[in-house]
Design a protein around this ligand. Structure first.
Ligand SMILES: Cc1ncc(COP(=O)(O)O)c(C=O)c1O
Length: 426
């Protein structure tokens, strides 16, 4: 590959070589739990982190390693760690950053599962979330105190489909010496690369557009290599000697990819949410067509949003790609190639009409996922976001009348025909 290959080239080649033993051109599925050591010294150096290499698939696997290198290249990071799901990646990130009693600031407009993970599950670790509003940058800064360890946002929020001013929030994070974590699941690096706008860590549910075919769970965290983990003394897992590695200081030893290493050798090793080699293979295959799929997703979604906006049974359409949308300026600035494939709209007749509409669709699948090749639909208030209070529902952009579409890559005429036949019955 030439120096500085383009995004399309990286999506196909980054991290991969023909298999040295067999010549296999596609990355093989290394379906093995463990790897033979050269000798006892080699084993000792792998366990002591003096050498990189495969030991056991809970910690690292060659198929997984290609996936990690590819996503790190696409995001412009120094290293990545692939795990079993997006939620597992989030858990490992916070485990590396937080101590009991600490807090972090997170945008209110998030995937409902993240709102649950942060607001409920994390409490049992004594980690506390403080919710902020991405339309009011001061609401992030005003809640920071000496126990605050990070800021978390989605670049393009699910389910509302709204872009966030990453640079403005990054400025707050930098002013207070905090890492900015950006969930880039909905945008993907094809549309937007958060590290270029000041993010320090990027996280994905690979389950969605990255894999893109609705067939495999996976998650990844990408180390931007931008954050100084030693400066404040607030991140002891990275800046203090680790007893399990003979007193090694991870940041001092691994420099600008220490965060990804810490998530692997402390979080993944001990909590164990490893990705299966088979899923890593399917996700890698999906990523090869990411640029083609993402552009078609965006073009189809734009056509559908315009068509819905003109329909007399539709009360409103929230799609950042529409010139009239309040979020259009941020979309043009952060994601000029398109506004993504997931957006919400409301039917004039509210909750009941929304339910009937979802049930009347024939080609759209009614299910709890986004980012499949197929067009998908859901009613967030009764499904993905049902644990939220009425106030949280509205704040998350998932009020009772809201329908969410994830527009697929079928022929757009067929997508619109399905919407039309169901709307005619509402
Ligand atoms: C934006 C976003 N982040 C994170 C997740 C969690 O990912 P996973 O389901 O792979 O754990 C999801 C899942 O829908 C999501 O939409």
């Amino acid at each position: 590959m030439k120096n500085n290959p383009g995004f399309n080239t990286l999506a196909i080649h980054a991290g991969a070589q023909p298999d040295p033993t067999t010549g296999a051109r596609t990355t093989p599925i290394y379906q093995t739990t463990s790897f033979v050591f050269n000798d006892a010294d080699h084993a000792a150096s792998l366990f002591g982190l003096q050498a990189f290499g495969n030991i056991y698939t809970r910690i690292m696997n060659p198929t997984q390693a290609v996936l990690e290198e590819r996503v790190a290249a696409l995001e412009g990071g120094t290293a990545a760690l692939a795990v079993a799901s997006g939620h597992a990646a989030q858990l490992l990130i916070f485990h590396t950053i937080m101590s009991p009693g600490d807090n972090f600031i997170a945008a209110r407009r998030l995937y409902g599962g993240s709102i649950n993970q942060f607001g409920h599950a994390f409490k049992s670790f004594d980690w506390h979330v403080r919710w902020a509003d991405t339309a009011d940058i001061d609401s992030f800064e005003s809640q920071i105190d000496d126990k605050t360890k990070a800021i978390f946002i989605e670049s393009l929020a699910n389910p509302g489909g709204t872009f966030v001013d990453i640079a403005a929030i990054s400025a707050v994070a930098k002013k207070h010496g905090l890492p900015l974590i950006v969930d880039n699941t909905m945008a993907t690096p094809y549309l937007l690369r958060p590290i270029e706008h000041g993010a320090d860590i990027v996280v994905h549910s690979l389950t969605k557009f990255m894999g893109g075919h609705g067939n495999s769970m996976g998650g990844v965290l990408v180390d931007g290599g931008t954050f100084d983990w030693s400066k404040s003394g607030k991140y002891p897992m990275l800046s203090e000697p680790r007893p399990e590695y003979a007193g090694m200081v991870l940041h001092a030893t691994f420099g600008n990819f220490a965060f990804a290493i810490a998530c692997r050798v402390l979080g993944l090793r001990d909590f164990g949410p490893a990705i299966s080699p088979f899923n890593a293979f399917l996700l890698l295959t999906g990523i090869e067509t990411l640029p083609l799929r993402m552009q078609r997703h965006c073009d189809n979604a734009m056509a559908v949003a315009k068509w819905l906006s003109a329909h007399d049974k539709v009360a409103w359409v929230n799609y950042a790609g529409l010139e009239t949308d309040a979020n259009n300026a941020l979309q043009k600035r952060y994601s000029p190639k398109g506004a993504g494939a997931v957006f919400t709209f409301g039917l004039k007749d509210g909750y009941e009409a929304g339910k009937r509409f979802v049930e009347g669709l024939e080609m759209f699948s009614h299910l709890a996922n986004i980012g499949d090749t197929r067009s998908l639909v859901i009613h967030p208030a009764s499904t993905t976001h049902r644990q939220l209070s009425p106030e949280q529902l509205t704040a998350a952009g998932a009020g009772p009348e809201v329908v969410r579409l994830s527009v697929g890559i079928e022929d757009v005429a067929d997508i619109i025909a399905d919407l039309e036949q169901s709307l005619s019955k509402v």
